[in-house]
Design a protein around this ligand. Structure first.
Ligand code: GDD
Ligand code: MG
Length: 360
């Protein structure tokens, strides 16, 4: 039996200002709440018991996932009164683990989409005899992550969370947010106060001589921390670039949920998903975008790399590129919105109000 802890709390769990009522792990990616993909991948890797460590709007997880039996899992939920940080959250759920002191326990950041070979990470952990093993990914710009240099044998030599100076950028290997902890190491994390596993636990373990092992894996990897990344991740799930057994349907250029209504001449490409009861009008062109449930896309709209919130409406001929339209928002006809724009939930933008190109 393999157990896992999934970290889904903290301050950044809401996809602000997109879906003020929905914590990020529950926003649909490729048609199902994002968390479903992580749970299904863990299950496929042989995990059967998962504890969700949460601190925020916890009550939205349990009604949807219940005891986990629908996914073949035994799920438990632990809610922090105040966010305890990543390490504090891990320690806080320790009493729910059944593993013995030397058993491996998997831990996942809850906002990562990855093709990681989970059993390979556990194997590496068992063969290297490490106290903690970390999945590492190589990225071009590591500044937003935890830097993890290793020696020739993969042993971790330092852990530098969010480096501030150029001198600190000593590697392009980053902490990809999946760990295997020896169970007894979890019990050494202090209780009753916030602890950052990245800023406190890992550096302390290293300075006390513990064995941290890194496994660099160049598989698909994406942190869904920004709405743009979320849109990208959803499209990659639809396209099959990001592997998940939870995509409801066959992977391909588009995913249209059975209750959606798409005009025959609308063009959906590049991993676009159209959610439950959403409507797409004649001649609309939607590329690399996520149209959430109950949204309405009027005829002739052209939407690229955008997120259209639940119940939102995009007017006729409106052009959206890299836009985030909040739940219930209405963008009138003949607008043009470009990269980075976010329309608040329930906001109304009148027809012909914004454009970037010339008036002709
Ligand atoms: N339960 C709980 N309580 N969970 C938390 C808390 C908390 O207080 N704080 C954060 N989390 C969860 C988040 O929900 C997320 O799933 C995960 O822990 C990581 O937190 P983020 O806030 O997303 O951190 P980050 O993306 O800036 O950095 C982390 O992930 C990077 C990879 O994406 C770090 O682990 C970096 O080292 C890493 O490179
Ligand atoms: Mg993150």
């Amino acid at each position: 039996m393999t157990e896992a802890i999934l970290l889904v709390g903290g301050k950044g769990t809401r996809l602000r200002p997109l879906t003020v009522n929905t914590p990020k792990p529950m926003v649909p990616a490729a048609g199902v709440p994002f968390l479903t993909h992580q749970l299904a991948r863990a299950k496929a890797a042989g995990v059967d018991h998962i504890v969700l460590a949460t601190s925020y709007l916890a009550e939205v997880f349990e009604p949807y996932f219940g005891d986990g039996s629908r996914l073949g899992l035994h799920l438990e939920y632990v809610t922090e009164v105040e966010p305890l940080g990543t390490g504090g959250a891990i320690r806080n759920v320790a009493a729910h683990l059944h593993s013995g002191p030397d058993d491996p326990v998997l831990i996942f950041n809850g906002d990562i989409l990855t093709g990681l070979d989970i059993p390979a990470l556990v194997d590496e952990h068992n063969t290297s005899g490490a106290d903690v093993s970390l999945h590492l990914s190589r990225v071009e710009d590591p500044r937003a992550y935890g830097l993890v240099p290793t020696d020739g044998t993969g042993r971790v030599t330092a852990f530098l969370e969010k480096p501030q100076t150029p001198e600190e950028i000593v590697t392009d290997q980053i902490n990809a947010g999946a760990y295997v902890f020896r169970r007894s190491v979890i019990d050494t994390i202090p209780t009753g106060r916030p602890v950052s596993v990245e800023r406190e636990t890992f550096p302390d373990l290293l300075s006390s001589g513990a064995h941290l092992q890194g496994m660099v894996d160049s598989t698909y990897w994406l942190d869904l921390g920004t709405p743009q990344a979320f849109v990208r991740g959803s499209a990659d799930l639809v396209l099959g670039r990001a592997p998940s057994p939870a995509v409801p349907g066959r992977c391909g250029d588009r995913l249209v949920l059975p209750t959606a209504d798409v005009a025959p001449d609308a063009k959906l490409t590049a991993g676009t998903v159209v959610g439950e009861n959403a409507r797409v009008g004649a001649g609309a062109r939607i590329s690399g975008s996520a149209v959430l449930a109950d949204a309405v896309i009027e005829p002739g709209a052209v939407i690229t790399d955008s997120l259209i919130g639940r119940g939102a409406r995009v007017g006729a001929r409106t052009v959206l590129t890299g836009a985030v339209i909040g739940d219930g928002a209405q963008v009138g006809a003949d607008n043009e919105l470009q990269t980075g724009v976010r329309i608040w939930c329930d906001a109304h933008l009148p027809p012909s109000s914004v454009r970037f190109s010339s008036d002709q």
